[in-house]
Design a protein around this ligand. Sequence first.
Ligand code: MN
Length: 321
Amino acid sequence: MPLKKVSEYIRRNKRFLITTHTSPEGDALGSQLAFYMLLKKMGKFALMVNEDIVPDEYNFLPGANKIQRVRKSLAKFKFDCFVTLDCSDLKRCGKASIFSINKPVVNIDHHISNARFADVNCVDAKASSAAEIVYRLYKQLRIPLNKDIATCLYVGILTDSGSFHYSNTTSLTHKIASHLLKFGLDSAKIYKKIYQSIPFRDIQLLTRILPNLKVQFDGKVAWLGLEKSSLKNTKISIDLTEQILSFARNIKDVEVVVLFKENLKTKNEIRVNFRSQGKIDVNKIAGFFGGGGHKTASGATVKGSLGQVSKKVLAKIKESL
Ligand SMILES: [Mn+2]
């Protein structure tokens, strides 16, 4: 992984546009903000531009208010380099990808399915998170950390490691987290802000959805189909997908969890999210349907109705059980 090459790129250029994937979560925002602060510390000019807003539970992240939404007027802005964080391909950054046209692109990521779409690809599928790679960049460039930077990096690692319980959690993950906590972070408070701030109405919505959860293939697969009508006129502030998946993951003997969700914007299109306990490579299964991600967490967007897509995908999963 060419950390050195990225470091050279940073040293050589002055003005950067930094983005991450659509529907950003902890690692997307944590790595983006920490990378932004790295550039600032080096006296560079940088702009953070995302397609989507920062979700409420991540608003406490230092610098979150500096993230801008994609808009036309930004086209006037002059920059030398386009950087993506936590994106497995250029499409994942949504509308922000228009800024990559005719610019050198740097890709900092940890998805095994990463398409190596950039001029400099800094991809390590063994890293727990994109934030972990940004942490290594700080080391490589000898830029000292502070409490704000440590908070962003910690949140990236915390969320992508499932609060240190997913199989991507290694002794190195804990070692880095340990170093970050030394900057006076309140880990209990951070956890509460991200995971224990669910509005009651969202819990009520969850209790209406969860009865549709099913298990199949000797209880090895848990899955749920979500129609768009069940979400219509509902304000949801939680990451519903993540909540359902992590709940179903706790079922005894379940190896794979799948969520099928009717796309709110596009007709006849289903977003499929996979989670695996480790035995089954869901990156491969998602890859079969044109998606990807990690071995234990992945996703794909598949054309068809809820019934058609779930049938096809469940049949594919059955093959790998
Ligand atoms: Mn990530």
